[in-house]
Design a protein around this ligand. Structure first.
Ligand code: DX5
Ligand code: ZN
Length: 232
């Protein structure tokens, strides 16, 4: 166990796995089902081999919940679009370390917009890229699949990477988030390794009803809470 007080646990359903024909309703449903953050996957068909949605769609979702909008930008370049995501109502803006040569500049720009700045690492990226930006970030997003698609299998090496990042952040107020293939089966292991924010797309939206979302989120939350030594 870490000598530092753990960051609060956050379950972050990924809207990528929702029914896009009724986005507002889906956002309200996961809010009501117990989501802490709403995870928003932005893909450009260039940095990742898929295209999802951009700031206008996020802006349309914004009135449907007061929960934190946790934007995961899988786009390159990202700097020209940061302001648009801030204005759309994103609270966290996470960029990929691999998306361009000026990570530090992007992080400064996000904070200058008054938003929390995050860095995401692909499965093949070493956490050493974080070393000189630790004072410039509020969040690290560890990818446990190759970004671009929901419903992929969890890559187990993410667990060791989370442990290494947990040691690196050493008590700084930085959330450690994990994304890709997360379900209640791996939630405990991830929380024990030091992840306090768990993104889940298919594992939350399976079943397609409010009751299913509630049970799915509770299953992930309970597994993580047990591993954190918290009363379920
Ligand atoms: C993948 C996205 C994820 C995705 C997760 O590129 O970053 O957020 O929606 O989906 P699941 O939980 O189904 O792996
Ligand atoms: Zn994501």
């Amino acid at each position: 166990m870490s000598q530092f007080a753990p960051r609060p646990l956050a379950i972050a359903p990924s809207i990528l796995a929702s029914d896009f024909s009724k986005l507002g309703e889906e956002v309200r449903a996961v809010d009501q089902a117990g989501a802490d953050w709403i995870h928003l996957d932005v893909m450009d068909g260039h940095f990742v081999p898929n295209i999802s949605y951009g700031p206008d769609v996020i802006k349309a979702m914004r009135p449907h919940t007061n929960k934190i909008f946790d934007a995961h930008l899988m786009i390159a370049p990202c700097d020209p679009y940061l302001e648009a995501f801030a204005k759309a109502g994103c609270d966290h803006i996470t960029v990929h370390a691999e998306a361009g040569p000026h990570l530090h500049r992007s992080l400064q720009a996000i904070r200058a917009l008054g938003k929390k700045a995050g860095v995401s690492l692909n499965p093949g990226t070493h956490p050493s890229v974080l070393e000189y930006v630790l004072d410039d970030i509020d969040l690290v997003l560890v990818m446990s699949v190759n970004p671009g698609f929901g419903g992929q299998a969890f890559i187990p090496s993410a667990v060791e990477k989370i442990k290494a990042i947990r040691a690196m952040v050493a008590g700084r107020p930085i959330d450690i988030e994990v994304d890709g293939g997360v379900s209640e089966k791996v939630a405990g292991e991830l929380a024990a390794a030091g992840a306090n924010a768990l993104v889940a797309g298919s594992a939350v939206f399976k079943g397609g009803t409010l009751d299913a979302y509630k049970a799915n989120i509770a299953g992930i939350r309970n597994a993580a809470m047990s591993a954190r030594g918290e009363v379920v």
